[in-house]
Ligand binder design. Structure first.
Ligand SMILES: NC(=O)c1ccc[n+]([C@@H]2O[C@H](COP(=O)([O-])OP(=O)(O)OC[C@H]3O[C@@H](n4cnc5c(N)ncnc54)[C@H](OP(=O)(O)O)[C@@H]3O)[C@@H](O)[C@H]2O)c1
Length: 263
C-alpha cells in the first residue's frame, strides 16, 4: 500500500547495501513514502530484481552495482548523482557486515575490509554528500550502527567497536548539524532476520532467536526516526531495555553478559 510522505515525496534517496536485508527494506520503505531511489551493492541481479519490484509499484530506481571497498567507489557515486542531476536528499549508510569469532582467529584481510566498509565508507559518503544537502538546507543521513555499539561485545570485538564509532560519529554530527536543515541519525538494531548471521559466520543463539526482529519493521522504525531527526534510536523494546540496563552495569559485567548472549 502506498502512503506518500510529504517530507519524502519527490526526494532522491541513495541506499547502500540494498541487495538484501535491511537495505532492501529501507529502499522499499522510502519508495512507499514517495522517494526515488539509487540502489547500491555488489550483487547486480538482486538490485535489478528490487528495481523491477519498485518499478511495478511506481517508483523509479537506479541500480549502481559496485564494491564499496573499492576506494574510488564513493567518488563514483557522487559523480553519478551529479551527472544525472539527481542530488541526494537521503543518504542511507547501511552496507556493512560483521565477523564472528575470537579476535585472534579472524582473517585480517576480511576484518580490514569489514572495518573499512563499516567505518570509512559511511564517513566518506557523508563527507561527499553533506555539502550539497547543506547548500540546499535539506537532507537526511541515516547511519546503521548496532546494539553492539553500546557495549564491549566479545566474539564481535572489532565489529562492535566499529559500530561504536558509527554511533559516536553520527551523534556528534547530528549535534553539529542542528539548525542546518540536515539531520543525522544512527539506528542501532539488535538481531534482525537478514543475511547478517550467515555472512558473519554465526549460528543464531537461543537469545537471538527470541529477540530477532523483522527487517521491514526495523526499516520502518529507522525511517521514522530519521524523519524526526532523532540523533540515535535503538529499535524494539527489548533492545532498548537492554541498552538502558547496560548503562547501570560495570563494563566488565556488560562484556561478560554480551559474551553469554552470543554463545
Ligand atoms: N541483521 C542484524 O542482526 C543487524 C544488527 C545490527 C546491525 N546490522 C547492520 O545492518 C546493516 C545491514 O545488514 P543486514 O543485516 O541487512 O545484512 P545483509 O542482509 O548481509 O546485507 C548487507 C548488505 O551490505 C552489502 N555489502 C556488503 N559488502 C559490500 C561491499 N563491499 N560493497 C557494497 N555493498 C556491500 C550487501 O550487498 P552485496 O553482498 O550484494 O554487496 C548487502 O546488501 C549492516 O551495516 C549491519 O552491520 C545488522
Amino acid at each position: 500500500m502506498t502512503s506518500t510522505d510529504p517530507a519524502l515525496a519527490g526526494r532522491h534517496a541513495l541506499v547502500t547495501g540494498a541487495s538484501s536485508g535491511l537495505g532492501a527494506d529501507f529502499a522499499r520503505e522510502l519508495a512507499r513514502r514517495g522517494a526515488a531511489l539509487t540502489l547500491v551493492a555488489r550483487r547486480e541481479d538482486r538490485l535489478r530484481s528490487l528495481q523491477g519490484e519498485l518499478a511495478a509499484a511506481g517508483t523509479e530506481a537506479e541500480v549502481v552495482a559496485l564494491d564499496l571497498n573499492d576506494p574510488a567507489a564513493p567518488d563514483r557515486l557522487l559523480a553519478g548523482a551529479e551527472a544525472g542531476h539527481r542530488p541526494v536528499d537521503v543518504l542511507v549508510n547501511n552496507a556493512g557486515f560483521g565477523l564472528y569469532g575470537p579476535f585472534s582467529t579472524l582473517d585480517w584481510a576480511r576484518e580490514r575490509a569489514m572495518l573499512e566498509l563499516d567505518m570509512i565508507v559511511p564517513v566518506h559518503l557523508t563527507k561527499l554528500f553533506l555539502p550539497g544537502m547543506l547548500e540546499r538546507r535539506a537532507g537526511w543521513i541515516l547511519n546503521i550502527a548496532s546494539i553492539g555499539a553500546y557495549q564491549p561485545s566479545p566474539l564481535y570485538a572489532s565489529y562492535s567497536a566499529a559500530k561504536s564509532f558509527v554511533l559516536n560519529f553520527t551523534e556528534a554530527l547530528s549535534y553539529e548539524l542542528r539548525g542546518s536543515g540536515v539531520t543525522a541519525t544512527a539506528l542501532s538494531p539488535g538481531i534482525v532476520a537478514t543475511e547478517f548471521l550467515q555472512v558473519s559466520g554465526q549460528r543464531a543463539t537461543r537469545y537471538q532467536r527470541l529477540a530477532m526482529m523483522d527487517s521491514p519493521a526495523v526499516a520502518r522504525i529507522g525511517v521514522e526516526a530519521m524523519l524526526k531527526g532523532r540523533p540515535s534510536l535503538v529499535p524494539g523494546r527489548l533492545n532498548a531495555a537492554s541498552v538502558w540496563s547496560n548503562r547501570l552495569l560495570p563494563r566488565r559485567v556488560s562484556a561478560a553478559l554480551a559474551h553469554r548472549l552470543m554463545t
